[in-house]
Design a protein around this ligand. Structure first.
Ligand SMILES: [Zn+2]
Length: 304
């Protein structure tokens, strides 16, 4: 990663702050946010470009020397993030973490049978994922309203999700962080939507690797873009499925003669469909789980 690339990373961050209602000169306000959430101090590139004073004030860490030296040190730090993905870096996007790689980006246990797949992680561009693998495994769906909608889909599923024997995990089709999708970055000074097809093509290699490695039995695709992409990877094998199915079973060839069967369930974005359709989806999922002998226990006793 060149110094030039390190520079492009902070430009979209600055843009997204502006989009959130702060002008380009409102650095004090932004600094206040950083004070509230020290974890977000990882946007040090933003402060580095704004003012050294604010960098110190927000506890970002001692920054001495020229900007060039600063970016050089930042580049060295980024290179130490061995598992960071830079596939979308040329578009100003990325997956940054000191703790996990994009293939480990699975909220829940890697042994989970049921995966919910959303579009992309909603964070500012430049966000550095801080959670450890243990924190990912202990994921609590109560943490965000996005997941609450699944209470209306299937109370049994949600109760299991909340419990110690959760068989449910969540990940995203795209791993690059951005507050919107398609992400908006600055190109020659103009806010520009990135090519979402290219981002999906780059990033979805991680989802495919996750599926091959951890082998979920049921994948629930949340929203049309996820549905169309996953359907493209695992195409239905007859016309009835192509035209009408909201779910079907797919035989994934793992190579060396071994196969893995997984159910694919397709839904409009669960946050926007009405409660009747949420429950319709939930009944469909529960039928699939029953047919596969996947039981959703809640509470403290372990399932066998
Ligand atoms: Zn990407």
């Amino acid at each position: 990663m060149s110094v030039g690339n390190a520079y492009t990373h902070f430009v979209p961050v600055r843009l997204s702050r502006s989009a959130a209602g702060w002008g380009d000169n409102d650095f004090v306000a932004v600094g206040g946010i950083f004070g509230i959430n020290p974890g977000a101090g990882r946007f040090y590139g933003f402060f580095g470009a704004a003012s050294a004073d604010y960098g110190y004030r927000c506890g970002v860490g001692a920054r001495t020397g020229t900007f060039k030296e600063y970016f050089h040190r930042r580049r060295e730090k980024e290179e130490k993030m061995a598992m960071t993905c830079g596939k979308c870096a040329h578009m100003g996007l990325g997956f940054y973490s000191d703790t996990i790689g994009p293939v480990e980006y699975l909220e829940g246990k890697t042994s989970a049978d049921i995966w919910i797949v959303g579009l992309n992680p909603k964070h500012d561009i430049g966000h550095v994922e801080q959670r450890t693998p243990a924190e990912f495994a202990a994921f609590d769906p109560d943490c965000h309203p996005y997941f609450w909608d699944f209470r209306k889909v299937s109370p049994a599923l949600y109760a299991n999700w909340k419990g110690p024997n959760s068989r449910i995990a969540h990940t995203d089709l795209v791993k690059c962080f951005s507050p919107s999708f398609p992400a908006v970055v600055l190109v020659n000074g103009s806010p520009t939507e990135v090519d979402s097809k290219q981002v999906v093509t780059n990033c979805s290699t991680h989802l495919l690797e996750q599926i091959r490695r951890f082998r979920p039995k049921v994948i629930i695709c949340n929203g049309a873009p996820v549905c169309y992409t996953v359907m493209g990877f695992f195409p239905p094998n007859n016309e009835a499925q192509t035209n009408r199915a909201t779910s079907y079973k797919y035989e994934l060839d793992l190579g060396n003669g071994s196969k893995h069967s997984l159910w694919l369930v397709f839904s409009g974005f669960i946050g926007r469909i009405d409660n009747w359709n949420r429950r319709r989806l939930g009944v469909e999922i529960e039928d699939i789980l029953a047919s596969e002998g996947i039981e959703l226990h809640s509470g403290t006793s372990s399932y066998s």
